[in-house]
Ligand binder design. Structure first.
Ligand code: GLN
Length: 288
């Protein structure tokens, strides 16, 4: 890179990203320059002549070449926002998606309406912890966050502290498909989950960036439904009557997942994402 100022660097980065076929070069260049130079958006706008030092130049060169190779922007930055809250991300953990804010919204609504001092929630396959941590932080409901991957668990624990919810959130190293794990859990008022749900076909067609994310957070078996089939019957038993279960799903999985909900004694409803795709199945356990 030849630029020696913030503004120059921003233009140079945006150009390199554009030439590499990036869909959102200006946005990504801003994020990369801010992270590499310790600048915020206001600095970029009001102080474009600010000089950059050798370390910052080395850093931005590294960032841009990694991005051009296909590494996700979020992994390079090491942090990403979900529901207005910060989350550490990197190799070994699924990046919080904007679509997942829908399930967070449904859980928040339920907890605000029905939460009481004795309420308890669980986030199954918690990953970075974005759903459960948001729920705890914005409602004060305690949440147990279950995650099997040691690597993801590292991010999860740091994200609990980053968001100041250590007294509400407990990271649990556990397999959500194990009978023992479910049986040892207390009765719950609310269960949220964004399990791996991509199909074998999806896995063969992954976008370059998604290929950097852990397969164990993405692949849900041949038809993507393995987790729902095993997890929902098991965990519906842990749900109090009147409690809610909400699960994110992949495109076209609604019929089968709603059927599994109903068979497990949970009346099923759905919610669509911004593209009009049914993204969340949720419902209240009968008998409440
Ligand atoms: N939404 C993710 C994707 O499309 C998949 C997440 C998941 O399997 N839970 O890459």
């Amino acid at each position: 890179m030849t630029a020696r100022t913030l503004g120059g660097l921003l233009r140079e980065c945006a150009k390199l990203l554009t030439d590499s076929g990036n869909d959102n070069p200006r946005f990504e260049a801003e994020h990369l320059v801010m992270a590499a130079c310790g600048a915020d958006r206001k600095d970029l706008l009001t102080d474009p002549e600010r000089g950059v030092n050798a370390v910052q130049l080395d850093t931005i060169e590294d960032f841009v070449s990694r991005r051009i190779s296909g590494e996700p922007l979020q992994y390079i930055l090491g942090e990403w926002e979900f529901y207005g809250l910060p989350f550490y991300v990197g190799e070994g953990v699924l990046i919080p998606r904007q679509d997942t804010e829908i399930i967070a919204e449904i859980a928040l609504d339920y907890a605000k309406k029905h939460g009481n001092p004795g309420s308890l929630a669980a986030d199954l396959c918690a990953g970075s912890g974005c759903i459960g941590i948001t729920l705890a932080k914005l409602t004060g409901v305690p949440v147990k966050l279950l995650e099997l991957s040691e690597q993801a668990l590292g991010y999860l624990r740091r994200n609990i502290t980053l968001n100041g919810v250590d007294s509400l959130c407990e990271a649990v190293h556990a397999d959500v498909l194990s009978e023992k794990t479910a049986e040892e859990m207390p009765q719950l008022d609310l269960i949220v989950t964004n399990p791996p749900y991509l199909t074998a076909q999806d896995m063969r067609e992954l976008q370059t960036e998604v290929g950097y994310e852990p397969e164990s957070a993405l692949y849900g078996g041949e038809d993507g439904l393995d987790y729902y089939r095993r997890m929902i019957p098991l965990w519906s038993r842990r749900l109090k009557p009147g409690g809610m279960l909400a699960a994110e799903i992949g495109m076209g999985q609604e019929r089968e997942v709603m059927r599994i909900f109903e068979q497990s004694g949970i009346g099923a409803q759905y919610e669509k994402d911004m593209c009009g795709i049914i993204r969340v199945i949720y419902g209240i356990k009968n008998g409440g």
